[in-house]
Ligand binder design. Structure first.
Ligand SMILES: Nc1ncnc2c1ncn2[C@@H]1O[C@H](COP(=O)(O)OP(=O)(O)OP(=O)(O)O)[C@@H](O)[C@H]1O
Length: 281
């Protein structure tokens, strides 16, 4: 890692130990270019944060890594495997190795905590019931909620629900977990708990974590390496310290939470005057 926060994906020396590598990825939805020449890599065993303004394409990147979306061009390798080239069954197998904690974190509302965590195990394996129970208890113990296993989702606080979702994301012992906005809507204490859990689980089990977030403080406290994306590609990258000290305006703007600056705040739209004077379109 060198010369970071300098604004290009080439800032980090290439490493053979990347679990995920995106190279020159382009992705559009209709006429709208979302990603255009995005390159990044995620080192094995690391916690890597992907930051960027709203709508900058962070969730899209996770969906591309997980094979839920296909790039228009560029390559996406996970553990050396080209994700866009996988057939459905192979993709399914790869996804078992990737835990995902979605932004909405939705637990299945009709199932209790225990059954929510058991769900992916029952879906993806044929483990005998006794072993399923064993695994679920262990996962719940890791997030401190073994005692809450018979509660229903509507009986949980936001922080507890997030922890259950985390236990579910690691139920199948994934090599990598992707977290989409894991801190959103949590009070500072619950946020601190989730930050610590993500870091501790990553380190204790030798996992690799990718965390998409807007939260600068949390990203800096949890991540080994940060990518800031905008305008379809990596604007800057570096360790938290390098990002904090970056002289680049877009990085300063983002790290200091300023709405005015080079990073676009507005979703692309036609001219305001045209909208105010023109007919609805
Ligand atoms: N299913 C979809 N259909 C059409 N456009 C979409 C769809 N999902 C996302 N987009 C658009 O793609 C762009 C990137 O979305 P994405 O969710 O990746 O951004 P993000 O950086 O994760 O944003 P946020 O932080 O607000 O969640 C946005 O402009 C969004 O409107």
């Amino acid at each position: 890692m060198n010369d970071a926060a300098s604004g290009t994906a080439a800032a980090r020396a290439p490493s053979d130990d990347a679990l995920v590598r995106l190279d020159n990825v382009a992705f559009s939805r209709g006429d709208r270019v979302i990603l255009n020449g995005l390159s990044l890599s995620v080192e094995r065993g690391s916690v890597t944060a992907i930051m960027g303004g709203s709508g900058s394409g962070k969730t899209t990147v996770l969906n591309l890594i997980g094979g839920r979306l296909r790039p228009d061009s560029g390559s996406i390798l996970v553990d050396g495997i080209s994700v866009p080239d996988l057939r459905t069954r192979e993709l399914f197998a790869l996804r078992k190795r990737m835990g995902m904690l979605f932004q909405t974190g939705a637990l299945l509302t009709d199932l209790d905590v225990f059954e929510n965590v058991a769900f992916p195990i029952r879906e993806h394996t044929e483990l005998p019931e006794a072993l399923v129970r064993h695994v679920v208890q262990l996962k719940l113990e890791l997030v401190g909620l073994r005692g809450a296993r018979r509660l229903m989702p509507n009986e949980l606080s936001g922080g507890m629900a997030r922890r259950v979702a985390l236990a579910r994301a690691i139920a199948l012992d994934p090599v990598m977990v992707m977290y989409d906005e894991p801190f959103t809507g949590l009070d500072p204490i619950s946020m601190g708990v989730i930050v610590k859990l993500i870091r501790d689980l990553n380190d204790a089990f030798g996992m690799t974590s990718v965390v998409v977030t807007h939260d600068v403080e949390e990203a800096c406290s949890i991540a080994d390496y940060i990518y800031l994306i905008g305008r379809g590609h990596v604007i800057a990258e570096g360790t938290p310290e390098q990002m904090r000290n970056s002289p680049l305006e877009p990085v300063k703007q983002f790290m200091q939470g300023l709405t005015d600056g080079p990073v676009a705040y507005h979703y692309p739209a036609r001219d305001l005057v045209d909208d105010l004077l023109g007919a609805e379109r």
